[in-house]
Structures are given as structure tokens and as C-alpha cells.
Design a binder for this molecule. Structure first.
Ligand SMILES: *[C@@H]1O[C@H](CO)[C@@H](O)[C@H](O)[C@H]1NC(C)=O
Ligand SMILES: *[C@@H]1O[C@H](CO)[C@@H](O)[C@H](O)[C@H]1NC(C)=O
Ligand SMILES: *[C@@H]1O[C@H](CO)[C@@H](O)[C@H](O)[C@H]1NC(C)=O
Ligand SMILES: *[C@@H]1O[C@H](CO)[C@@H](O)[C@H](O)[C@H]1NC(C)=O
Ligand SMILES: *[C@@H]1O[C@H](CO)[C@@H](O)[C@H](O)[C@H]1NC(C)=O
Ligand SMILES: *[C@@H]1O[C@H](CO)[C@@H](O)[C@H](O)[C@H]1NC(C)=O
Ligand SMILES: *[C@@H]1O[C@H](CO)[C@@H](O)[C@H](O)[C@H]1NC(C)=O
Ligand SMILES: *[C@@H]1O[C@H](CO)[C@@H](O)[C@H](O)[C@H]1NC(C)=O
Ligand SMILES: *[C@@H]1O[C@H](CO)[C@@H](O)[C@H](O)[C@H]1NC(C)=O
Ligand SMILES: *[C@@H]1O[C@H](CO)[C@@H](O)[C@H](O)[C@H]1NC(C)=O
Ligand SMILES: *[C@@H]1O[C@H](CO)[C@@H](O)[C@H](O)[C@H]1NC(C)=O
Length: 606
């Protein structure tokens, strides 16, 4: 089910002062859940289609590409990063939630798509610029993951690279350096060679971290759009312009052009935008926002925004010779704009490999199928640990266990070893996710565990599983248990606010020898419930709740909550110590909350 999002599209109004206005309405976020640092481009010659991509940090596949023709319904069509050989270093990254694929820019030029992006390794020293591996991916067939190229490196000691093609054929790369300067140089996008020195063109308006630069040329001006203020509450978009591409640039007196800082909006941290046009000549901006509410301004790591940084759309009015003027971002967007077509899921391209961005999952791992392209691993997978419908086990996914659990060694790094983990984004404020697992005769030794999780990163996840444990107060033997376990140790919080839970119950008699259904559900805007019950063919089983986790125990740095299934031997017995079969993967979106709930309780710690 794709939840209805558009209240009324293109209703005409007559007023005494304006002749006729096109008043339209749609809902934000436009692409929900973990979709930070958006970048979009409009391609008229490919049937008036909009294409976007996002930072994907540690997920693999990564750099998901979405396409739309109505700006409302978005389909995943390919993953720019889809082969381990493209980027082996992704498997080795430490600093789990702050390293990985950073702010890409997606552009189209002469039949070819370009992504410029950075693989960041934030564990290296700030002055060691090898921590930023900058590269270009290209494709002439954006609808097939396998057509995305291998990376072409370019030498840039910063992040957020963006290409710009000037009228006379010169191509430039503009990026963010050191959290202080926007640097720019001409570049050969085929070879990655910089064709001139990096020139500092803008230092921002005085706030930290001018970044995410994009250059647009209009009416003889070069417009430089940047994000500024850091990634949290002071995040915003600023504009500057110059008649010369290398500056000097003058800032828009009305900066920030987009911000929610200190506003009462449910949508906070709005910024990091990218402007594009449509076939009607209207301008639009895609930006990031978090659904967190006013309290975020004062205590950003104690707010409820487990879905992380999501993508919002806003109309931009850009008169000749004037600065771009953004409409403020909110959950219900109404204004004098025209959606490119009447919103309808059937307008998304037929081509492409994925599903609509807010689709439910009904995944039964049929024989000879591959894993759906919106499912992903955390860093690079050990491929032998995954098999769809192996012989004798139709409609299952066989998981070979990893030595590491979701916390890994240190909640930060896997040192190149894999974690057996398959996940998807939490795409709705309220949702239900479940998987059936098999343990009987498969999990035999102490610590062997198969479960489901709500995971923000390795240091913040809550899991419910079937685990083999020695009953307390006995010397054994091991028995199957329902285990509810989790940690929340984000370094942005005082250790006194760290959370640990580890509870276990002997597997209820009625589940012995059976498939066990494990479920994570966001029951309201503050709490996740973790349940277990009978799996298998029976539908609508009653599940028992074994644990709760609050949303503010899963606070994002840069990403957002993902839900998925894992298999681990918790540090023992070696790789693939056991095999288990998961089946009946279900995700059901229940509700998008787009305004701060009136009954929202103050966020508390206990
Ligand atoms: C309304 O939109 C149509 C295009 O769909 C355009 O031709 C017309 O000028 C718009 N009206 C106003 C008042 O903007
Ligand atoms: C920078 O990091 C790289 C990769 O870890 C390392 O090989 C190199 O020695 C470091 N350079 C400095 C100056 O620390
Ligand atoms: C294009 O314009 C830039 C800026 O004026 C100049 O540096 C560059 O040489 C020009 N390129 C060509 C191919 O004329
Ligand atoms: C940015 O700041 C640096 C250091 O203060 C200064 O040298 C440089 O001229 C500034 N750049 C611009 C474009 O203002
Ligand atoms: C838009 O948001 C800014 C920043 O919160 C605020 O100052 C401004 O009044 C808002 N504009 C409108 C039209 O609501
Ligand atoms: C172009 O897009 C429209 C929907 O906007 C669709 O009906 C049509 O089939 C598409 N044409 C092609 C050739 O894909
Ligand atoms: C799966 O593929 C194998 C070999 O390619 C083939 O023999 C088998 O019939 C296929 N099974 C199904 C259910 O399509
Ligand atoms: C044993 O007790 C500890 C401490 O209360 C708990 O964390 C663990 O889950 C228990 N294990 C079992 C198998 O019940
Ligand atoms: C959400 O559900 C939990 C568990 O039932 C409850 O403790 C909490 O008060 C609820 N929160 C809201 C905002 O209703
Ligand atoms: C299961 O529950 C769903 C939703 O409540 C309902 O539509 C469906 O009919 C139920 N199926 C059975 C077999 O009870
Ligand atoms: C993860 O595994 C390690 C052993 O490798 C163990 O010490 C730790 O308790 C486990 N933690 C969680 C939350 O899974």
C-alpha cells in the first residue's frame, strides 16, 4: 500500500488581487527515512524524469537512485554502488555512523549521468586528507545498477564535490574543504584530472561548515548554493552569486534562503538543498530535514528523530536577475505551483530495478530471485553467507552466521570481517516489520543467535532473537531462548545516559521446534515494541511483546533507523558457524506523522 499523500492537486482559485493561481498541495517528506544529503536532476530528454540520489554511508548497495515524473511518487531504479570491487575500502571503514559515502551530486550531460562523491574515513586525523577518497561514477543507462562505472578518482582533500559545465565547455568541480572554504578547479571528468589550482571562492557567511556547494548559471550570474551551520539545528541553505565563476561572490542579503532554526516546525535542520527545474520551467529544491520538533533546537541528541535525515521538496521562485526564493518546508506544502503531473504511482518509469520508496515489503525469497535492490548490508557482505531458496529450502533466505554481532568488536568497526545482516530503511513513522526464523536443529551452541533489529548504527541497536543460552543458575545444557538485547552508547551523550538491556526467556513451549516470527513495531512516535510468536503458514498470529526501546535511544548522527535480520555466533566458533533460514519478510507502513503530535510527551531519560 502506498499511503495517500496528496490532499488536492492543482485546484484553481480566483481572488480579487490575483487573476488565477495554481494552488497545489503535497506532503513532505517526499522520500522518507534515511535519505540524507539529497541531490536531484531533471532530464527532459528521458521523458521528463527527475532523478535523485543520497548519502548512503555504510550501506551496500549504496548510492540509491530514485526516479519520478510527478515529484511525489519515487521509484528506486538502481544503486550506483553495487559491486564490492567498485569500492573495497567500504568494507574496512571504522567510525561506523560517520564514515562512508558522503554527499553526492547527481548530474546529466550529453547522454551520461555523473555522480561525484566521497568515501570518508573519519577515523584518520583531520589533517590527513587521505581520509577523503573522491571519485566519479558514470552511466549511460541509469536504470541498471550493473551499468554504473567503476570509480574514477580525483585529487581533492575535501568533501561534497559537485560538477558544473560552463557555456564555453569548461567543466568545474566545486567542493568543501576543511569545514571553512569552498574550493573550485576546472576538471576533466573522464580522467579525474584537475586542470588548474583549487581556488577558494567562498567562506560562507560566518557559520561553521560551508559545504554541499552547487553552482548554477542564470541570467549571466553564477549562483553558489551552499549548506552552512553544521549538520544539526543550525543547518541551512545560503546563496551567493558572482559574474565570474571564481568570484568574488556576494551573499544574498536575505540568507539563509532556507532554514528552520528556532522555528516551531516539526521539520528541523532543513538545508543541504539542490535546485532543479521541471518541464514547465518551475524551479524546485530538494533538501534534507529531520522530523524532530522544536525541542531539537536545544537538545538535538535528546529528540525523537530516529528516522534520521529525510528528503523534503519545496518550490522555488526565481525571477530574472533575482535571487532564488524558497518556500518554507513543512509537512503539508500548499502554494502557487503546479505539480508536473497529476500524482499517481503509475507515472514512475517502467524501467529500473526497485520499488516505490514507501512500498511495503512482502518478500518470500522465491527460487532463482535475487535480493530486492532496496535491501542492503552494513559495509560489504561476505557473499557466501547469503543464499536465496537454496536446495530443499524454497522461499527462504539462508544466512550463514558471522562471528561478529551487530555491535561488532567495539560498536565502531568490523576490521574487514563481515556482519551477516540484511536490512531496509524505516520509511514510516509507524510501521511493523517481521521475519520468520528457523532455529531447531540449526542453532546448537551457546551464543548462536538469529534475530531482527532496529538499528541506528553499531552503537545504537535493539534486537529480538532466538538465541541458544545456558539457563541462569544451571550448568547447561544450552536451551533456545527469546532474547531482547540492545545498546545505546552514542558518544554525543553522557555515559550516564548510555543504555544496555539484556534479557532472556526460555522459548515458550508452543514455539519449540517451530518457525518463530520476530517483529519490530513502532507503536507510536516514541516507542518501538519487540515481539515474538509462532511463524510459518499461519497468518495473523498473536505475538507477545518481550521488550521496548524508546526512539531517543536510536539517535542518528548522519543516517537513520534501519530494520533487518541478522545471524551471529557472538564472537565464537568462526565464520558460518551455523546456517539458518529466514522467510516471510514483511514490512508494513502504518502512518506518516508530519506534524508534531499534540499529545507528544516531553522527551525524558530514565
Ligand atoms: C498555472 O499553470 C499553468 C501550467 O500548468 C500555466 O500555464 C499557468 O500560467 C499557471 N497560472 C499561474 C497563474 O501561474
Ligand atoms: C594518512 O593516512 C594514511 C592511510 O591510513 C596513512 O597511510 C598515512 O601514513 C597517513 N598520513 C599521515 C601524514 O598521517
Ligand atoms: C571558458 O571560460 C573560462 C572562464 O572565463 C576560461 O578560463 C576558459 O579558458 C574558457 N574555456 C574555453 C574552452 O574557452
Ligand atoms: C577565506 O578565509 C581565509 C582565511 O581567513 C582567507 O585567507 C581567504 O581569503 C578567505 N576567502 C574568501 C573567498 O573570502
Ligand atoms: C520561513 O522560515 C523563516 C525561518 O524560520 C522565518 O523567519 C519566516 O518567517 C518563514 N516565512 C514564512 C512565510 O513563514
Ligand atoms: C513517459 O512518461 C509517461 C508518464 O509520465 C508514461 O505514461 C509514458 O509511458 C512514458 N513514455 C515512455 C516512452 O516511457
Ligand atoms: C532455477 O534455475 C535453475 C538453473 O538456472 C533451473 O534449473 C530451475 O528450473 C529454476 N527454477 C525455477 C523455479 O525457476
Ligand atoms: C541471566 O541473567 C542475566 C542478568 O540478569 C541476564 O542478562 C541474562 O539475559 C540471563 N540469561 C538467561 C539465559 O536468562
Ligand atoms: C507509546 O507507547 C508506550 C508503550 O505503550 C507508552 O509508554 C508511551 O507513553 C506511548 N507514547 C505516546 C506518545 O503515546
Ligand atoms: C489478517 O489481518 C488482516 C488485517 O487485520 C486482515 O485483513 C486479514 O483478513 C486477516 N487474515 C486472516 C486469515 O485472518
Ligand atoms: C556482541 O558480541 C561480543 C563478542 O564478540 C559480545 O561481547 C557482546 O556482548 C555482544 N553484544 C551485543 C549487544 O550483541
Amino acid at each position: 500500500m502506498h499511503l495517500p499523500r496528496v490532499l488536492a492537486a492543482a485546484a484553481a482559485l480566483i481572488s480579487s488581487t490575483v487573476l488565477a493561481q495554481n494552488v497545489s498541495t503535497y506532503h513532505n517528506p517526499i522520500i522518507t527515512g534515511f535519505h540524507p544529503d539529497p541531490t536531484c536532476t531533471f532530464v527532459a530528454e528521458l521523458n521528463n524524469t527527475f532523478f535523485c540520489t543520497f548519502s548512503s554511508f555504510l550501506t551496500f548497495p549504496g548510492l540509491p537512485i530514485y526516479a519520478s515524473r510527478d515529484l511525489i511518487n519515487w521509484k528506486l531504479i538502481s544503486n550506483g554502488l553495487n559491486r564490492a570491487e567498485q569500492l573495497p575500502a567500504l568494507g574496512l571503514l571504522p567510525r561506523g555512523s560517520t564514515s562512508g559515502i558522503y554527499a553526492p551530486t547527481l548530474r546529466y550531460r550529453d547522454g551520461k549521468f555523473y555522480i561525484l562523491t566521497t568515501l570518508a574515513n573519519q577515523a584518520l586525523y583531520g589533517t590527513n586528507y587521505t581520509r577523503f577518497d573522491n571519485f566519479i561514477l558514470t552511466t549511460t543507462n541509469i536504470y541498471q545498477s550493473s551499468h554504473w562505472s567503476d570509480p574514477v578518482r580525483f585529487d581533492f582533500p575535501g568533501i561534497d564535490p559537485s560538477p558544473f559545465w560552463d557555456d564555453n565547455g569548461t567543466t568545474y568541480m566545486t567542493g568543501s574543504y576543511n569545514g571553512i572554504e569552498i574550493l573550485q578547479a576546472p576538471i576533466d571528468l573522464d580522467t579525474g584530472e584537475l586542470l588548474g589550482p583549487l581556488v577558494d571562492i567562498w567562506n560562507g557567511t560566518g557559520l561553521p561548515s560551508p559545504e554541499a556547494p552547487h553552482i548554477y548559471k542564470k541570467d549571466g550570474w553564477y549562483y553558489l548554493l551552499t549548506a552552512e551551520g553544521g549538520t544539526r539545528e543550525r543547518h541551512r541553505s545560503n546563496v551567493a552569486r558572482s559574474k565570474n565563476i571564481f568570484g568574488p561572490y556576494e551573499g544574498d542579503p536575505a540568507n539563509p534562503v532556507l532554514s528552520t532554526y528556532l522555528s516551531p516546525s516539526y521539520f528541523q535542520a532543513v538545508g543541504h538543498s539542490d535546485i532543479f527545474t521541471d518541464a514547465l520551467g518551475q524551479y524546485w529544491a530538494i533538501a534534507l530535514a529531520v522530523r524532530a520538533g522544536y525541542s531539537y533546537n536545544f537538545d538535538p541528541y535528546n529528540s525523537l528523530f530516529p528516522m534520521g535525515r529525510e528528503a523534503v521538496l519545496t518550490p522555488v521562485k526565481w525571477a530574472t536577475g533575482d535571487w532564488p526564493r524558497y518556500q518554507n518546508v513543512s509537512g503539508i506544502m500548499t502554494g502557487d505551483f503546479v505539480l508536473p503531473q497529476h500524482p499517481d504511482p503509475s507515472t514512475v518509469p517502467m524501467e529500473g530495478e526497485g520499488v516505490l520508496s514507501e512500498s511495503n515489503d512482502v518478500i518470500d525469497f522465491p527460487p532463482n530471485s535475487s535480493l530486492p535492490s532496496h535491501l542492503f548490508h552494513w559495509r560489504l557482505p561476505v557473499t557466501k553467507n547469503y543464499a536465496v531458496s537454496p536446495p530443499g529450502h524454497s522461499n527462504t533466505l539462508r544466512l550463514g552466521s558471522s562471528v561478529l554481532n551487530l555491535t561488532s568488536f567495539d560498536a565502531d568497526s568490523t576490521r574487514g570481517a563481515g556482519q551477516t545482516f540484511l536490512a531496509r530503511r524505516q520509511a514510516h513513522s509507524l510501521f511493523r516489520f517481521s521475519v520468520d526464523v528457523e532455529y531447531d536443529g540449526l542453532l546448537t551452541r551457546e551464543g548462536e543467535e538469529v534475530g531482527v533489529t532496529a538499528l541506528q548504527d553499531q552503537a545504537q541497536h535493539f534486537d529480538i532473537s532466538v538465541a541458544m543460552l545456558i539457563p541462569n543458575g544451571t550448568d547447561g545444557p544450552v536451551q533456545p531462548h527469546i532474547r531482547f538485547r540492545g545498546i545505546s552508547t552514542t558518544s554525543y551523550r553522557l555515559p550516564s545516559r548510555f543504555k544496555y538491556v539484556d534479557e532472556a526467556w526460555a522459548l515458550p513451549d508452543e514455539l519449540r521446534g517451530q518457525q518463530v516470527r520476530l517483529q519490530v513495531e513502532a507503536v507510536n512516535t516514541t516507542h518501538y515494541a519487540f515481539s515474538a510468536g509462532l511463524g510459518g503458514a499461519v497468518v495473523n498470529n498473536t505475538l507477545g511483546v518481550f521488550g521496548w526501546a524508546r526512539g531517543n535511544y536510536l539517535v542518528p548522527y548522519y543516517s537513520g533507523v534501519v530494520v533487518g535480520a541478522y545471524a551471529t555466533s557472538n564472537g565464537r566458533y568462526g565464520e558460518s558457524a551455523f546456517e539458518t533460514y529466514i522467510s516471510r519478510w514483511r514490512y508494513t507502513g502504518i502512518e506518516q506523522v508530519i506534524e508534531l503530535p499534540a499529545d507528544q510527551q516531553p522527551i525524558y531519560w530514565d
